[in-house]
Design a protein around this ligand. Sequence first.
Ligand code: MLT
Ligand code: MN
Ligand code: ZN
Length: 304
Amino acid sequence: MLVRVLGSAAGGGFPQWNCNCPNCDGLRRGSIRATARTQSSIAVSANGVDWLLVNASPDVLTQLRAAPALQPARAIRDSGIAAVLLMDAQIDHVTGLLMLRERSTPLPLMATPEVLSDLSDGLPLTRVLSHYCGVAPLPLALDAPQAVPGLPGVTVLALPLPSKPPPYSPFRERPRRGDNIGLLLANPQTGRRLFYAPGLGEVSDAVLATMRGCDVVLVDGTFWTEDEMIRMGLSRKAAAEMGHLPQSGAGGMIAQLDRLPSGVRKVLIHINNTNPILRDDAPERAELTAHGIEVAFDGMEIAF
Ligand code: MLT
Ligand code: MN
Ligand code: ZN
């Protein structure tokens, strides 16, 4: 099975259009060693022809142009994207759905009933799309393996993650199970497994047990420190309030990933543009390397 990282940055991308933090400014000026990144999305395939798009980022068109494998060109209008699966209803994960409106048939859309409800209410993308290609909703069950229609050789399992729905959601202050998920991708033939969770506020016993049984974990790399955005004067919110566990510090993501067996490949994704790990020569990046942790980049391919 193959995962292709289409976008490895958090919401806003890197550099972010209006941001002059040391990373964004340094990248624009060419004064730091770092690579631009688009907003978080991956594509999964067992046969290299049919793909599951996991999250539809606002950068999806740019991402598809950079990934010819997702465009098998079997007909005059065609795409390798068999279905789209959503991890949550956040803007950086869903607004690309509007860019897929030229399909000739309804877009198969796998998401929990909670995410589908936000997308027909607070941010009514599915209602808007009904005037174009429409969507074929495929409700995603929690804690149960599910096949993906049109995608041979891939099963998905959604794990509920405790976190808030997006700011626009009518349920913002009344979170529901299913607002946010982690995704276990499995190849039923080989038994190989990858856990994907671009937003992970805490590593619960259930998440740890899942990650221990995986070949690869591709998890939340948003922030290095809890107060990164606050210290730079960019936000009043700490990482925890945004549902992201920072890498550094006691109980942080590095410490959590250290609890996994040594054979598990560990990769961070959904990196915020303020995070020092984006600089190839940063000491924080060297610390990750010392712990056997990789940083995802756009175009990265992970076979498992
Ligand atoms: C998040 O994961 O916190 C989001 O990237 C926020 C956003 O897209 O606005
Ligand atoms: Mn995000
Ligand atoms: Zn920035």
